[in-house]
Write a protein that binds this ligand. Structure first.
Ligand SMILES: Nc1ncnc2c1ncn2[C@@H]1O[C@H](COP(=O)(O)OP(=O)(O)O)[C@@H](O)[C@H]1O
Ligand SMILES: [Mg+2]
Length: 250
C-alpha cells in the first residue's frame, strides 16, 4: 500500500457490488487513487457512477466488496456533508453545530467555544440562536459544514453540497469553502456535477466512468491560488473545461 507523508488517503482496487432481492448492482470497479494531504480534490461523473457510494465507503457506512483504503493521518475521522443539510428543526444553529461533540467526553465550555469559532468561520456570527426554518438554503448548508468540522476531521467528504443552491449562491459558497479549507488545512474530496465548479475549487479533478465506476481521468489543475472569480474566463480554465467535457461525453 502506498505510504508517504504527503498522502492523506490511498484507495486500492476498491470494488462495491450491491446485491439484494431485486438483483445485483456493480457500483464501483477496481478503483484506485491517492489524495495528497491538504489538497482539494473533486469527483465528477455520470449519475449512478458510484460517487456517493465511494464517499459512503470512505465514511465507513458501506463495506467494500473488495479492495482497501487507508487514511495516513493520526486518526481517520471524516466529516460528511450532503446535498441536504439535514438540520434538526427544533434545534438552534449553535445546537445543530454542537451535535457531533455532545456524546463525546468534552466539556460544555469547550463545545461552546469550538461551535462559536466554526459558526464565525462559516460567516454565521449573530445567527447562533436562529432556527433552521429562518435560514436560507446557503445558510443552512453553512451550518452543515460547521457541524461536519466539529470533531476536527482530517478529511472532509462533500456530496454535491451546493447542488440545490442557485447559481450565484453556489459561487459564493465555493469561495467560502476555499476560505474554510485554507483556514483549517483539511484534505477535501467533493462530489460535484459542475465542470466549472470542479476546476475552480480543485487541485485535482477525478473523473468516474459509467457504472461500474472507475477513474478514467485524473486532471491536475495548476491555476494559482487564491482562486478569483475572473479566473473562470482565462484560457487555461477553458482548456481544462474542454478536457473534462470531452471526457464526460465519452
Ligand atoms: N444500498 C444500495 N443497494 C443497492 N443499490 C445501491 C445502493 N446504493 C447505491 N446503489 C446503486 O449503486 C449505483 C451507484 O449509486 P450512487 O453511488 O448513488 O451513484 P452517484 O452518486 O454517482 O449518482 C446506482 O445504480 C445505485 O442505484
Ligand atoms: Mg450521488
Amino acid at each position: 500500500m502506498t505510504s508517504s507523508p504527503d498522502i492523506a488517503l490511498s484507495v486500492e482496487g476498491l470494488e462495491v457490488i450491491f446485491s439484494d432481492a431485486s438483483g445485483v448492482v456493480h457500483a464501483l470497479s477496481d478503483l484506485s487513487f491517492n489524495l495528497a494531504a491538504n489538497s482539494f480534490a473533486t469527483l465528477i461523473g455520470p449519475s449512478g457512477s458510484g460517487k456517493s457510494t465511494l464517499l459512503r465507503v470512505l465514511a465507513g457506512l458501506v463495506p467494500p466488496t473488495k479492495g482497501q483504503f487507508h487514511f495516513h493521518n493520526h486518526h481517520d475521522r471524516v466529516g460528511l456533508v450532503f446535498q441536504k443539510p439535514n438540520l434538526m428543526p427544533w434545534r438552534r444553529v449553535a445546537e445543530n453545530v454542537s451535535l457531533p461533540l455532545e456524546l463525546a467526553d468534552v466539556s460544555k465550555q469547550e463545545i461552546d467555544a469550538q461551535a462559536h469559532e466554526l459558526i464565525k468561520l462559516v460567516g454565521l456570527e449573530g445567527f447562533e440562536s436562529a432556527y433552521p426554518r429562518d435560514l436560507s438554503g446557503g445558510m443552512a448548508q453553512r451550518v452543515a459544514i460547521a457541524r461536519s468540522l466539529m470533531h476536527d476531521p482530517d478529511i472532509l467528504l462533500l456530496d454535491e453540497p451546493f447542488g440545490s443552491l442557485d447559481a450565484l449562491t453556489r459561487e459564493v459558497m465555493g469561495d467560502e469553502l476555499l476560505h474554510i479549507w485554507q483556514a483549517k488545512r483539511k484534505t477535501v474530496l467533493m462530489v460535484t456535477h459542475s465542470i466549472s465548479e470542479a476546476i475552480y475549487l480543485s487541485d485535482k479533478v477525478f473523473v468516474l466512468s459509467h457504472r461500474p465506476g472507475k477513474i478514467v481521468l485524473e486532471l491536475p489543475v495548476d491555476l494559482p491560488r487564491p482562486r478569483t472569480p475572473d479566473m473562470r474566463y482565462s484560457p487555461e480554465f477553458s482548456s481544462l473545461a474542454h478536457t473534462l467535457r470531452d471526457e464526460l461525453r465519452g
